[in-house]
Design a protein around this ligand. Structure first.
Ligand code: TMP
Ligand code: ASP
Length: 239
């Protein structure tokens, strides 16, 4: 089969395998943080993230969230629908952590009275700045209608995944989502949902089970990614 690499990012590669409706998203073990100033590799991360993402996309599809997931032909490859990506990152937060803690001077772990949604403009050269609806409008990144649909899907996705993770004894502290438009202009959830793009804390011990272990040099990164994989995917009857 003809295969053409169309994009290589920090953690994934996108391949065109000749199907006009789909692409293949390949998950790498490479890890970066702080706009790629810190680089490394986490053994088995590609397989863990691909399988956790596939599992969560399937779960969300069952709850009427439109996602780009088609299938997972290998442990590190996901077939996805071709989308025109919106150059925004949507961060949903349930507890204070990371940049919100720094920006507002609130301690990490503070519960938020309601979920907080933030928009970031995907521009590596600008360091992905925080933007508001007016900024998005003047840059022409998305229409008002699209933006309100993205917001609605993001909030629903957060509610669904927060509940799912709670049932496994894990707190969904925050997460980053990305969206695209299909050929008909329908808003679809894309990218990945994994410990690289979410913060997951053990509800009992508070232990971090996500990329903060890499960002903050906390050690035992692979062990915690694997433990998360087991709790989220392995014990599920569908797996
Ligand atoms: P932050 O607290 O650093 O803004 O991160 C919020 C959430 O977004 C956290 O779950 C990690 C995720 N995230 C990404 O997936 N990619 C990024 O480039 C950044 C900065 C955060
Ligand atoms: N993945 C991003 C980067 O390399 C940031 C992060 O997740 O911390 O810059």
């Amino acid at each position: 089969m003809e295969e053409r690499k169309i994009y290589e990012g920090k953690a994934k590669i996108l391949f065109d395998r000749g199907d006009p409706r789909t692409l293949v998203q390949h998950f790498k073990d490479d890890a970066t943080a702080f706009n790629a100033q810190k680089k490394g590799s986490i053994p088995h991360k590609g397989a863990i993230n691909c399988q956790i993402s596939a599992h969560l996309f399937k779960y969300l599809y069952g709850k009427n969230i439109p996602t780009h997931f088609v299938d997972r032909p290998t442990p590190v490859d996901m077939t996805i629908r071709r989308l025109t990506m919106i150059p925004l990152e949507v961060v949903m937060r349930n507890q204070v952590a990371g940049s919100l803690s720094k920006r507002l001077g609130l301690p990490e772990g503070t519960s938020l009275p309601r979920p907080v949604l933030e928009w970031y403009y995907k521009r590596d050269d600008l360091g992905d700045p925080l933007v508001n609806n007016d900024h998005i409008g003047i840059l022409g990144l998305a229409s008002t209608d699209t933006l309100s649909t993205v917001e609605q899907i993001s909030r629903k996705t957060n509610d669904i995944l927060r509940g799912l993770m709670a049932s496994k004894g894990i707190i969904l502290v925050d997460m980053k989502l990305e969206f695209g438009l299909d050929a008909e202009g329908k808003v679809i959830l894309g990218d990945e949902i994994s410990p690289d793009t979410c913060r997951f804390w053990d509800a009992k011990t508070g232990e971090k089970m996500d990329k903060d272990r890499f960002r903050r040099d906390l050690g035992q990164i692979e062990e915690h990614y694997l433990a998360l994989f087991r709790r989220v995917v392995e014990h599920d009857p569908e797996f």
